[in-house]
Design a binder for this molecule. Structure first.
Ligand SMILES: Nc1ncnc2c1ncn2[C@@H]1O[C@H](COP(=O)(O)OP(=O)(O)OP(=O)(O)O)[C@@H](O)[C@H]1O
Ligand SMILES: [Mg+2]
Length: 152
């Protein structure tokens, strides 16, 4: 799913990522651990194709982020550290609107939202506003939303 060889990221004089080798296989859960400033976010941005690679090679889903960014992004889900939920929308709408950004049909998005609400154990909160959720429930909704277009 992800293969990095000698992957590097430079910001001017700063070497944020100094040649890492990483391989993540299908079905694997992989965590980057490291001290503040170690280069974790810089690496994730390259994988998410929002920041260009400075050196080495990177393949995501077998594709090169430099030439296939939009194809990769169409199949990636991102759950950011800070909540970016839409507070004016209901719990369910947060998932459906997001799915529509990916070009899913209303029908597909409705089915997917049902599955994801179940997965996040938020089915009984589907019509609630985000403000009414606890912090942990908001995290679960953000995770559910990130999976809207991730095809197994
Ligand atoms: N846009 C940028 N411009 C210049 N330097 C940057 C930029 N982004 C990150 N850096 C630098 O790159 C290095 C790695 O930062 P990065 O954010 O990848 O670390 P991190 O491992 O995610 O740290 P944390 O645990 O604090 O989130 C740091 O020295 C940081 O200051
Ligand atoms: Mg970080």
């Amino acid at each position: 799913m992800v293969r990095a060889e000698g992957l590097r990221k430079r910001f001017g004089e700063t070497e944020a990522v100094r040649g890492i080798d990483v391989q993540v296989r299908r079905g694997e859960v992989f965590g980057f651990l490291g001290p503040n400033g170690a280069g974790k976010s810089s690496t994730m941005r390259m994988i998410a194709t929002t920041s260009p690679v400075s050196g080495g090679t990177l393949r995501v889903l077998g594709l090169d982020p430099a030439t296939h960014g939009s194809q990769i992004r169409a199949r990636l889900g991102v759950c950011p550290q800070d909540d970016t939920l839409d507070h004016e929308l209901s719990v369910r709408e947060n998932i459906t609107v997001y799915g529509r950004y990916f070009g899913m049909s209303r029908r597909d998005v409705r089915e997917r939202a049902d599955e994801l609400l179940e997965f996040a154990r938020l089915t009984d909160r589907a019509d609630a506003r985000v403000q009414q959720l606890s912090g942990g429930m908001r995290r679960r909704l953000t995770i559910a939303r990130s999976l809207v277009r991730v095809v197994p």
